[in-house]
Design a protein around this ligand. Structure first.
Ligand code: DC
Length: 222
């Protein structure tokens, strides 16, 4: 009788434009995993709050706005998409205004708390939808959301290489400023989780990064 496949959780953390999304998307394809981009969750919450005229200082207004909003997950191909008051296209989630504000909203404990169980719930969502596991990318996934994940990776790259990647993607993004805020915040700061595999992607092609990560997933005890 064939052995039932073990459901795996893979986490990928790292700063902005370190190569997380491209790597995670490729892994989801190769290992039949649900792909979850938690940055898009923080972006969706940021947009939702900005649309209500709120700034990161309006803590009472934010608490009120996050009390009971309609939040769901939709499956698009292999990707889990957040629907917070409806699904929002990527162009809006990655606008300059959201790029400028997202780290500020993400530093608020109440915003992180709001997304905590929602993020963990994706393990169940992946099972229900027949995936062999999930790959979740973000800043605190291996440290806070799934510290017991089967495989935890931390990607980093030199600032110059990361800026080049954003320019190629046609985005206006202050990577250094976001990383500074993400690293210095009190709640769930960006860190390399203890025991995670650290990979510097500066000199590596995307295929090389994917091969290294996949090799570890395919040979867990080597
Ligand atoms: O991955 P990204 O660049 O789209 O993330 C946008 C912002 O969201 C990032 O600057 C910080 C925040 N974020 C976070 O605080 N925790 C996560 N797990 C993912 C993103």
């Amino acid at each position: 009788m064939p052995l039932e496949k073990h459901f795996i959780i893979v986490t990928i953390d790292g700063g902005a434009a370190a190569g997380k999304s491209s790597t995670a998307r490729a892994l989801s394809e190769r290992h039949h995993l649900l792909y979850v981009d938690t940055g898009s969750f923080y972006r969706a919450v940021t947009l939702y709050l900005l649309k209500r005229g709120l700034t990161p200082e309006d803590t009472e207004g934010i608490a009120e706005a996050l009390r009971d909003p309609a939040i769901a997950t939709r499956l698009r191909g292999r990707e889990a998409r957040i629907a917070l008051d409806g699904e929002v296209p990527d162009a809006e989630l990655r606008s300059r205004e959201v790029n400028e504000q997202v780290s500020r909203f993400a530093s608020l404990g109440m915003v992180r708390e709001f997304l905590l169980d929602y993020q963990r719930g994706h393990a169940g969502f992946a099972r229900e939808n027949g995936f062999d596991g999930l790959v979740m990318e973000g800043r605190d996934i291996g440290s806070v959301i799934f510290p017991d994940a089967d495989f935890r990776f931390f990607l980093e790259a030199d600032p110059e290489a990361r800026n080049q990647r954003r320019v190629h993607q046609g985005e206006q993004d202050s990577i250094a400023e976001r990383d500074r805020l993400d690293t210095q915040r009190k709640t769930a700061p960006l860190v390399c989780p203890e025991g995670a595999t650290r990979i510097n992607t500066t000199q590596l092609s995307l295929n090389e990064v994917i091969s290294r990560v996949s090799e570890i997933i395919d040979n867990p005890r080597s």
